[in-house]
Structure formats: C-alpha cells, structure tokens
Design a binder for this molecule. Structure first.
Ligand code: WTA
Length: 662
C-alpha cells in the first residue's frame, strides 16, 4: 500500500484547486449529537431554545424569566434562578461517574496524573475550605497566576464553590501585567505556583508574583502550590504553602448559593487602548452557553470521548472549553502543561496516541508550526482514535485547514472552525459536525439561536457575497455582562458603533471584519481595530507602544501587526529615539526585553525599525496603515493625507534592511 501522506503538498493543492467542500462523513452524521438541520429553525425563537437547554442542569431554584433585555445592552439571563456552577460541573456526576476521569494530566517533564470526578470534587472542596480560612467570602476577587497543572482548574472551581469571582492571569504574563490586573480587580488573595515547566525550563511564577504583589495593597494572602521545587521566598504572614493548608481540610463543602447573574469570573483582554479590559461573566447563562455549545459542536459523547483542548486555562478558551463546558458535560479531558516540541516535535501526537484522544481542539498557529516541522512527526503515531478536530483563535488559512484534514484527520474527521471571543464567552460561529458541509477557511454559520450579520459603515446589512463588519444581533446567554467597574466603556466599546437606541436596536460590534459568500457562509477576515492577533492571542498595538515609550531612550513608537505565515500576525515596531541616540542591534534586544518585562514574552516585537520620524496625518495621527503596507512589502496606500511624505520612503528603506526574529 502506498503511504497516503507521502506527498501531502500536492494532495492539498489538488483538493484546494477543486474548491472543495466537505459534507459530514457518512459514518459520522447519523450518530451525531446534532443530526438534523431542523435545529436552526427550532432555535429561531432563541429564548425558548435556551430555556429548553437549561432544563438539563441542576438548579436550586428555576428561573422566572429567560431573558431580561429591558435595559439594553445590559442583559440578565435566567432571571432569579439560583444555582452553583460547581454542583453542575462536579456534584451531579458523582453518583453515576465519580470514578470517571475528569482530567488526564501530563506534565511537561513527563509526569502523569489522572484525576477522577470524585477526586476533583474533594480537592475543590478542600481548597474552597482553605480559601474560606484565608478570609475569602462571597464576592471577594481571587487572582490566579499558575501554570497548566490540575490544581489550576481546581482553583477556578474552588472560587466558584464559595462565590468568589476568579481573575485568571495567563502564566506567561509579566509581573507588571499581573500587577495591573490585580490592582484593577482589587483581589484579596492570589493563588500561584513556585514555577511552571515550559520548554524544559522552570518559569519563575512566584518571583514574578512577589514583584507584582509588593505593589498590590489589596492582596492579603498568597497561596503557593509547589510544582517545580525551585527556591522561592515566602513572606511571613502573607504567603502560605498549598501543601500546608489544603490537604488537611475536609473533603466536602456546601456550595454557596449564587444568583444566575452573580459574577462567576472576570478575565482581562486587550482592547484598543493600553489598558486591558476586565470582561465580566456571570453564572447561569455562561454555564448553559458553554456546556451546550461544547456538547453540540464537539459532538460530545461523555461515555466514550477523550477530549483535548490544547489551549491554556489562562485564556477564555481554557475557561470555557477546558474547565466549565467539559466538566458540565461530564466529559473526560486531557490537559498538558508544556510546549508542543518538548522533548521532541511529536509531543502532541504522543499524547493523542497515549490517551486515545478522540476530539482535538487547537489553534491555527499550532497547526502551521506543525506543518513547518513536517508530517513525519504525526506519522510516527497512531492517530486513529481521532474523530473530530477543532480550531480557534484566528482565521485558518485553507492550506492549514487541508493539512489538518489530511495529515492529522486522515480525511476522516470533520473540522469545526469556531469563531468567538473572550467577550462572547461561548462559540458563536461554527459548523455543527453532523450536519454542516464545511469549506476550508470558513467558520460557516452562526450557532443555533445566535444572530450574526455583516454590515457596512452605516450599519446596513451587506448582501450575500459582500464583506464588512461582523456584528451580533441578538443577546446570547454567555455574553459578557459589562466591563469590570466600567459600564460606560462597555457600551462605548461594543454597542455604540452600530446600535440605534432611538429605535431600540442593539447591535454588538465584535471588532472583526467578515464576508459572506453567496451561500451565506461566514469567512472571518481578522480584526478591523488596533488589536493584533499573535498566535491567536490578542495584543493591543497601544499596549506595546506604551511599553516601548516607557523605555527612557524612546521618544515615540508605532506598532502594527504584519502578516506572518506562522503566527498569523507578527509585531512590527517603529521607534523614534530621544535626542540623537542611535539605534543598534543591542538596543533592539534591550527594547524587546523591555516589552517582555512590561507585558510578557508574547508581546515582544518580532522586528524593530528605528526611524527619525513616523508617518502622520496633519492632525498628528500616526498612519499605521502605511506602516503595515511597508511591513508587508505592499504598494503604499493613499499617502495624500500625510504631513511628512518623505518619511515613508525613508522608513521603507530602513524596514527592508531590518532584521526580523521570525
Ligand atoms: C479572533 C478567543 C477567525 C477574532 C476565543 C476574535 C478568530 C478574537 C476565530 C478573539 C476564528 C477567534 N476565525 N478569527 N475561528 N476565533 N478569532 O478574545 O479576531 O482571545 O475577535 O478569544 O480572535 O480572541 P479572544
């Protein structure tokens, strides 16, 4: 038999050139969780649809009203219902599935643990008791800054158990970023680790946490989990070891009764200003939205599936589709601590084979990295357990889609390209694998009950075949409720551009461009604002600019995301130095480290070009569009509004010779 993967490239090219589409595989459709397209009609009355979905959860008190939209854009879902989300994620599975594995966890160095639902329940209760002993009560905010260890989901759930909103800060962020987020949320307790394993090295979480907390007066206690065993400084009276205060606690704890609209968590995300926004998610709608989308889109059969979302819990994807959605569905998940190329480039496929992963959910950037590494790594492993593949975080280019389909899915697995945001809480535009015919590169259609449109500058719906701004036209249960302590900014950011309060028309603007083809398929085109998408992570151009300007030698900086084959976008910075300082390679290194120190490694510019001036309009606005043209070696767009036309030729020359760290 010939090797079907020998000539991957030509197979993919052939398939693409045919403009192929992919109906659900025959053996897949009849047994799918959603097997009839009638679901879209059934969900047309979206309130009834969500009310029906809500019936499968455990409520202390049922809702009085499905949706209260009387004070838009502030939504209340499942009005007056009482519940605790952990009873839905844990307690209710104990009888029938207590011994079932909730997480197969694999540490980067190769250590392994399996945590059952019963064990997770006990651990959550112990930690909840310990947090209560540390003074945390309902409504107190708890910051979480950890690596990908099983205690991370435990921490989220323990907070939820006692009604303390969590604020998870991605473990790759710097101490500055951590500090800003803790201060904004006025967190009382921080849960962290000594360190985390990443690429064979121990990342010093506790050291960073110390630097942050020293400037956070709200923090009373720091709870520290030992993971790497590295030396850490424990501050007397403030810092406590997890192993000293958690294991001795009772393994049960009554869950605190929560109102449907009590805050479950906040999660900070980059916007178009330098200050990150605290996205607020509440309890009941978020639970229903994440669990239902998880089950329908990933076709979850809890009794047989092994599901792996290869994201980090530090991002919304981890919150919704590693923690809350999968646990609410009683599903078995895989969780992995480290990078995909440690100790070798086949680590992902080793994991898929070892745990017989049936559903894999990852990001296009990871797929493109794997493409570069070559098909020999997945080919070393038995991937026959896979039956469904998903992607999230950025538009997936058709070539990457086809590679995923052929090399990983072996042409057998449907692909769900899922569009959503931290703000939406749940997947919004996506195929349903049992019924949707997919087209490589398209996220296809809005989820049942979800309203989406593509509009022009004036907010008019663009006919099929055209492109514009992606909007959401109906409230949905997992939607953000507000920005923490900043309701005005919530309205301004998401609901002002296309809404018309005079006619009570409320339209959510996502910040993405999109087009629809003649058949109504949605194709996402990327951000239309100053938010970059680096390897599926949102970073604001202004955040990086202000980090650069914070350096004493920098007078001014402009930052853009330029197209990059592997990471989707790469950060390109243009920097004017103070006085007659000269930029050189050493300063580039210094500035990149400076940005990493302010925000985190992910925000480090891939290239820095020194320039005496930046292209500006007569009113002094930096024309980032032109810098993008320069960076992507394109013919320059309209330069007539430029106040200082000569500068752009100069920058073009400088950019052409600048070094890039790709
Ligand atoms: C982008 C991640 C195209 C988009 C869940 C969005 C996507 C931003 C897709 C949200 C997709 C996410 N196709 N673009 N399937 N999924 N995006 O908040 O620009 O980290 O606005 O949430 O990622 O990023 P966030």
């Amino acid at each position: 038999m010939s090797d079907p993967h020998r000539d991957v490239t030509s197979t993919i090219e052939a398939l693409l050139s045919e403009g192929r589409e992919f109906p659900p595989p025959e053996q897949f459709a009849p047994r799918a969780v959603v097997s009839s397209p009638s679901i879209y009609d059934e969900a047309e009355n979206f309130e009834d649809f969500w009310a029906r979905q809500a019936e499968q959860f455990v409520w202390r008190r049922p809702h009085r009203q499905v949706l209260d939209w009387s004070n838009p854009p502030f939504a209340r879902w499942f009005v007056d219902a009482k519940l605790n989300i952990t009873e839905n994620c844990l307690d209710r599975h104990l009888q029938s599935a207590g011994d079932k594995v909730a997480y197969y966890w694999e540490g980067e160095p190769g250590d392994r643990r399996a945590v059952t639902y019963a064990e997770l329940h006990s651990e959550v209760c112990r930690l909840a008791n310990a947090l209560a002993d540390l003074g945390v009560t309902k409504g107190d905010r708890v910051a979480i800054y950890m690596g990908m260890v099983p205690e991370l989901p435990t921490a989220l759930l323990a907070c939820a158990r006692i009604g303390a909103p969590h604020s998870v800060v991605f473990g790759g962020f710097s101490s500055e970023a951590l500090k800003d987020r803790i201060r904004d949320a006025e967190c009382k307790v921080l849960i962290t680790c000594d360190g985390s394993w990443r690429n064979g090295a121990a990342f010093p979480l506790k050291e960073y946490a110390d630097a942050a907390v020293s400037e956070c007066p709200s923090i009373e206690k720091v709870l520290v989990l030992r993971r790497t065993g590295q030396d850490v400084v424990m501050t007397e009276g403030r810092d406590v070891w997890w192993h000293d205060v958690v294991p001795g606690q009772p393994a049960s704890r009554e869950a605190t009764e929560m109102d449907s609209e009590d805050m479950l968590y906040m999660l900070y995300t980059s916007g178009t200003t330098a200050r990150p926004k605290g996205i607020v998610h509440t309890t009941a709608g978020y639970m229903v939205g994440t669990a239902v989308t998880h089950r329908f889109i990933f076709d979850i059969k809890p009794e047989s599936d092994v599901y792996w979302c290869a994201a980090d819990v530090g991002w919304v994807t981890g919150h919704s589709y590693i923690v809350y959605g999968p646990l609410a569905n009683g599903c078995t998940s895989v969780m992995y601590e480290g990078v995909p190329n440690y100790p070798d480039k086949d680590r992902f496929w080793d994991i898929v084979e070892r745990y017989k992963v049936s559903i894999l959910y990852t990001a296009p950037t990871t797929i493109r990295t794997m493409i570069r590494w070559g098909p020999e790594f997945p080919e070393k492993h038995d991937l026959s357990s896979l039956r469904l593949l998903g992607t999230v975080g950025e538009p997936i280019n058709p070539e990457a889609w086809m590679w995923y389909h052929t090399v990983i899915g072996r042409e057998r697995c449907p692909i769900v390209d899922t569009w959503w945001q931290t703000e939406t809480g749940m997947i919004m535009i996506t195929p349903l694998p049992g019924i949707t015919t997919t087209r490589p590169g398209s996220a296809t259609f809005p989820f049942p009950g979800v309203g989406a449109d593509v509009v022009d500058d004036q907010g008019r719906s663009v006919p099929l075949g055209g492109g514009g701004y992606l909007t959401l036209t109906r409230p949905w249960p997992a939607m953000l409720r507000t920005l923490y302590k900043d309701p005005d900014r919530y309205i301004e950011t998401y609901w002002s551009r296309f809404s018309d309060p005079s006619t009570n028309t409320w339209v959510y603007f996502a910040g993405d461009g999109a087009k629809r083809d003649d058949d109504g398929y949605f194709w996402l085109l990327g951000r239309v604002d100053d938010v970059m998408n680096i390897s599926g992570h949102r970073i604001s151009t202004l955040e990086v600019e202000s980090a650069l300007v914070d350096h004493p030698m920098v007078a001014e900086a402009a930052v853009i995301g330029r197209a990059d084959e592997r990471t989707g976008q790469a950060i390109a910075a243009f920097v004017c130095l103070k006085g007659d300082a000269q930029g050189d390679e050493a300063l580039i290194v210094t500035l990149r480290d400076h940005v990493a120190g302010k925000i985190g490694k992910i925000a480090r510019p891939a290239s820095i070009v020194f320039t005496p001036d930046l292209p500006k309009t007569r009113s002094g606005k930096i024309m980032r569009r032109l810098l993008k043209d320069v960076s992507e070696s394109r013919q320059l767009g309209d330069v007539t509004t430029l106040a200082n036309a000569a500068v752009i030729d100069d920058i073009t020359q400088r950019a052409a010779t600048a070094s890039r760290e790709d």
